[in-house]
Design a protein around this ligand. Sequence first.
Ligand SMILES: Cc1cc2nc3c(=O)[nH]c(=O)nc-3n(C[C@H](O)[C@H](O)[C@H](O)COP(=O)(O)O)c2cc1C
Length: 384
Amino acid sequence: MKLLIHDLNEKEWKKVADNYDGWDVIYNNGAITPCVGCFGCWIKEPGQCVIKDGYEDTCVKIHKAEQVTIISKYTYGGFSSFVKNVIDRSIGYVAPFFELHKGEMHHKQRYDEYKQIRFIFRGPTITEDDKVKARRYVEAVCTNFHALLWEISFDECEMPEYENKKKYEGPVDECKKILLNCSMRGDKANSKKFLEQLSTDLKGDVEIVNLSEYTNRLGQLANIIAGAGTIVLGMPLYVDGVPSAPLRLMEFLEYLDLPDEKKIYLVANMGFYESIQIKNMLSMIKSWCATCGFKYCGGIAIGAGEMTGPLVALGGKGKGPGKNAAEGLGRIANAINADTVVEDIFADAHNFPRSLYMMMGNMSWRKKARKNKVRRRALMRQLD
Ligand SMILES: Cc1cc2nc3c(=O)[nH]c(=O)nc-3n(C[C@H](O)[C@H](O)[C@H](O)COP(=O)(O)O)c2cc1C
């Protein structure tokens, strides 16, 4: 069977439904939950998501499909928040263990196959530059999933739901700085640790806010963000892009149409070693800023976040693998304090070899699984 993942509304779906007769279809029924970053799909129930909301078996559906087609609204260079949600919840399709693939750190295959994926991006005005960004992004997604980019196409169409934006007319405190922890891990997130390190050097009115506490109150969070002059997004990298939960917020803020030129900084971190892999997410945040009329003021991309996160405070004292991250965060803090723009910073682990990081990562998956009474061989289990 072929698999379709789409974000079309009912009216749009009716126009094309006949083309997908007999396909397995994953669509938005309004009940999808964002990935919470628990890695349960690797260390609790290997090969499927542990959140039981009807979208838990997308990894298995991808495996069973002879071909996969993804239809998505073109959103800042990547997928819409719904499609991204499905993709984030599908990482159990690959195995937790690390290997070098195309010269970079990636996950091992769970299934011995190279799935063909076709991507169709839809939107009212997709420029040539947008097309380049989308291609670069889906190439990265395919590399991550050991899939083959079968085809990419662009469908220019009206998007009526994005007309008639709501205008924010509340007060704005230009001096207020909101550090938004966009990780659904909340207080346990590496993003939070990096933001806390950043805050040690920041002057003035600074508040750290967890997105995870506002998932069902986006309007309230939007007002907090709208009322501040500077926003620092603390963002984990999920499947080469923005995780679905902050992406949903970003779509919402675009819809809100904030009036002033807000200053946006990015503190991004990732599981793999090479911080350069964050480049697509940096580009997405820049596209979002341009769409919303915000001023992108610079960011830091931090590699090996699962190690540098817990060690970044020590890095602030000039020691350990988190040293580069801490120094970069210091530069971001200086830029925020001086109200200036800083060039994007790429911070890999300081004096820590990639091979050792990968070896430690592979050992930690086995250890975590053991705690859940999942045997070593079960981590690679294949579901049919
Ligand atoms: C669904 C999902 C997808 C991920 N995709 C990537 C990825 O594409 N590249 C990467 O380097 N790390 C990836 N990671 C790892 C996270 O970026 C990493 O664990 C990060 O440190 C989490 O930060 P946080 O604690 O702030 O959430 C992924 C994690 C999850 C849960």
